[in-house]
Design a protein around this ligand. Structure first.
Ligand code: SF4
Length: 512
């Protein structure tokens, strides 16, 4: 009997198709008193029109499916790149549960972060007591080498002062006086996850490097990846630097934390940039940020306080990777080795092989500013036409930079940047001005289902496909990955559209 029940367990994809559920849904609908199927269809059809699009774009006080997350989420991603560092979120427990599950669903890895579990009393009287207790518990239970603290909306609304609270907590003996507790205020009602990343990175570097400035440089180059969710990219940057013979510090390296080996032993803090190495980053020759808009304050701080040359290079596509290697060569005097020239040649060859399928293809996309800049630049190299570009966490500087990239190529002539818009705007764009393909994170699945536009999953989060975050999108190898995902999605769609025997299959080619 028990065996029979086990055999009958169904995945939810098929479970709700069973007659008992179908009956239940039908009964429920009857009692809900909703609109008729015809009326629902009529409105659904209207939402696909230009008339609706104009109303949709007049929307001011409401956001529907924004392509962004909140500040603390970015802050804790920055924190876990450092050796044995525990992210501590001063605020409510629910927020932290959301951040942890968001990362776990994307990376398929455990993600540790604690909170001060503020509830109603802390919201009224302030969260100091929660922090004193929370820091003491975190320190003794989880044995971190550093606790990186940020805030949620609740702590910000009541105005809790992290610097003062940490000082008091140390005085009360929650953690030793010399124990590093860098912090960043990360109010979620301004900015997005990329702002939070920037604030936390600046906070950590400020704390670790204080008093560490030496007379001479350490000869290294610092890399700051920004809000980077492809662990393959961190490994690719390290590999490229190693092939070039460049000594570097990655600020910070969360690749092992977010992609740890399954060897039967649980390690709460795999990998991470050692704290003493991070502290010495103040003495590097130069810093290269691989994203601009998630590192704005950090770069300003490094240039001003560390007096270090700071540049931004996104190693995406041929042009971006060329720029990255040339910058490394300029800064270190090391030549670009033949091994990398050959990699470049292979990527160019791959693009040439696929170019006929990509030329003139209209492509929509949404995502973070730096990702979108990298993708637009790459698509222009392919001769594809970036068309609708939605960036919820946009800003005027980003829009000017992206517009200049679009203006630099005839393929960019029809590209329109939709700053501050959301995925419901994108839906209107895809219905009224269809494109050949769109690029975005897993939330694009609803757009794919609604508009039937082929979708390529690039960005964060990707919950509904496995392992994409393990690949690199950086470097010449990453160029081939991006190309592969894009061109083969178009070819899949072509095959789907030529599948009816004797009708659409006239050119149902085996060879593309
Ligand atoms: S927006 Fe504010 S309340 Fe919501 S998860 Fe982020 S920090 Fe928490």
């Amino acid at each position: 009997m028990a065996q029979n029940n086990i055999d009958k367990i169904q995945d939810h994809a098929t479970l709700f198709q069973q007659p008992e559920y179908q009956e239940l849904f039908a009964d429920k609908k009857q009692y809900e008193g909703g609109h008729s199927t015809e009326e629902i269809q009529r409105i659904a059809d209207w939402t696909k029109t230009w008339e609706y699009r104009e109303k949709n774009f007049e929307r001011e006080a409401l956001t529907v499916n924004p392509a962004k997350a909140c500040q603390p989420l970015g802050a804790i991603l920055a924190a876990v790149g450092f050796e044995q560092t525990l992210p501590f979120v001063h605020g409510s427990q629910g927020c932290v549960a959301y951040f942890r599950s968001h990362f776990t669903r994307h990376f398929k890895e455990p993600f540790s972060a604690v909170s001060s579990s503020m509830t109603e009393d802390a919201a009224v009287f302030g969260g100091l007591n929660n922090m004193i207790e929370g820091l003491a518990n975190s320190y003794s239970l989880y044995k971190p080498k550093m606790i990186a603290m940020c805030t949620t909306c609740m702590a910000e609304v009541i105005g809790d002062d992290l610097q003062a609270f940490i000082k008091t907590s140390k005085e009360k003996g929650s953690v030793p006086e010399e124990f590093p507790v860098p912090y960043a205020h990360t109010p979620s009602f301004v900015g997005s996850h990329i702002t939070g990343y920037d604030n936390m990175m600046k906070g950590i570097l400020t704390t670790l490097t204080e008093g560490k400035k030496a007379e001479t440089t350490n000869g290294k180059i610092n890399f700051i990846p920004g809000f980077e969710t492809y662990v393959g990219n961190l490994r690719e940057v390290k590999r490229l630097a190693e092939v070039m013979g460049v000594d570097y510090t990655l600020l910070a390296d969360n690749s092992d934390y977010l992609d740890s080996p399954n060897n039967g032993e649980y390690n709460m803090y795999p990998g991470g940039t050692p704290l003493d190495v991070a502290a010495d980053s103040i003495n590097a020759e130069a810093t290269i940020a691989l994203q601009a808009y998630s590192t704005t304050k950090t770069r300003e701080y490094i240039a001003k306080d560390w007096k270090q040359p700071v540049s931004v290079v996104r190693p995406i596509g041929i042009r971006g990777t060329d720029a990255f290697l040339v910058k490394l060569s300029e800064l270190t005097g090391k030549p670009i080795p033949k091994e990398l020239e050959d990699e470049r040649g292979r990527a160019v060859d791959a693009i040439t092989d696929s170019q006929a399928w990509l030329h003139g293809k209209k492509i929509a996309m949404y995502g973070d500013p730096d990702l979108v800049i990298g993708l637009v630049s790459f698509l222009l190299e392919l001769g594809a036409e970036p068309t609708h570009i939605v960036v919820t966490n946009s800003n005027p500087e980003f829009e000017a930079e992206l517009q200049a990239i679009l203006d630099s190529s005839p393929f960019g002539a029809n590209g329109k940047i939709w700053g501050g818009k959301d995925l419901w705007h994108m839906r209107s764009l895809l219905f009224t001005e269809p494109v050949d393909l769109f690029i975005g994170n897993s939330y694009g699945k609803y757009l794919w289902r609604d508009t039937k536009t082929p979708m390529v999953r690039i960005g964060y989060p990707i919950f509904d496909r496995h392992h994409l975050h393990r690949y690199e999108t950086f470097g010449y190898k990453g160029t081939i990955n991006l190309l592969n995902w894009i061109v083969n999605t178009l070819l899949d769609e072509l095959d789907r559209n030529t599948i009816i025997p004797s009708k659409t299959d006239i050119s149902y080619d085996l060879i593309r």
